[in-house]
Design a binder for this molecule. Structure first.
Ligand code: IPE
Ligand code: IPE
Ligand code: MG
Length: 235
């Protein structure tokens, strides 16, 4: 890749297509999730190595609780295993891990895993890995409205203080806006992913299932991002 490449500061990945990846091979959906988690390990390392400081991934939406209990349980087990297995790698590489989403309906062991990982990595500042788990973009905005309203009610905030910057601070995590959102698998929708943070993001929908979305595919995406003309309402 050429040297003058412009790097997005914050990349979002909607990791879609695990089930179809497994189905194509005559396997159960869980094999696709396992392959997706494995792919994320090398992909994340690559993205941070490229020098991108913020990465957000969509791991489980609030709507994903509509799936079979067996699949939901498999995914929750996978998250707990992933948190434990990767903890030392995150620490070794100075990666701050944060988890955006509601803690409601989550199993105790998942909540404990999240707390532990967030706690062990909270001092790191160079790289931030944000995992959207039990996450819904509209719910995040509703939760922010509730928190702000409560402060106004308690006279800790004035109505006139409410502006875009302030609202950003009341999202689950204080993150910069997304520059680039990739959704794998060819689906062209955002399925409730980081609605507030993506208002001016560039979108890309590669026709590749997430377990196959490797380093090379990511670099291809970066080249596409670089061809975009971001105008932010200007000319
Ligand atoms: C994405 O893959 C992973 C999660 C939503 C947890 P899917 O499980 O949605 O895979 P497809 O879309 O059915 O292929
Ligand atoms: C979005 O994928 C959520 C995640 C990737 C975690 P889904 O597969 O759940 O989305 P829909 O149902 O196709 O919109
Ligand atoms: Mg899907």
């Amino acid at each position: 890749m050429e040297n003058e490449i412009v790097l997005p500061k914050h990349v979002g990945i909607i990791m879609d297509g695990n089930g179809r990846w497994a189905k194509k091979r005559g396997l159960k959906r869980s094999f696709g999730h396992k392959a997706g988690a494995k792919n994320l390990e090398s992909l994340l390392k690559h993205i941070f190595k490229r020098g991108i400081p913020y990465v957000s991934v969509y791991a489980f939406s609030t709507e994903n609780f509509n799936r079979d209990e067996e699949e939901v349980n498999y995914l929750m087990d996978l998250f707990v295993k992933y948190f434990n297995k990767k903890k030392s790698v995150f620490i070794k590489n100075g990666i701050r891990v944060i988890v955006s989403g509601s803690r409601e309906n989550l199993r105790e062991d998942v909540i404990d895993g999240i707390k532990n990982l967030e706690d062990c990595t909270k001092e790191f500042t160079h790289f931030t890995f944000n995992i959207c788990l039990n996450y819904g973009g509209r719910m995040e905005i509703v939760d922010a409205i509730k928190k702000i309203s409560q402060k106004i009610h308690n006279n800790e905030l004035k109505l006139d203080d409410v502006n875009e910057e302030l609202v950003s601070h009341y999202m689950y995590k204080d993150l910069p806006d997304l520059d680039f959102v990739i959704r794998t698998s060819g689906e062209q929708r955002i399925s409730n992913f980081m609605l507030w943070q993506s208002s001016y993001a560039e979108y890309y929908f590669p026709d590749v299932l997430f377990p196959d979305f490797n380093e090379k595919e990511f670099d291809k995406s970066l080249e596409i991002y670089n061809k975009r003309n971001r105008r932010f309402g200007g000319v």
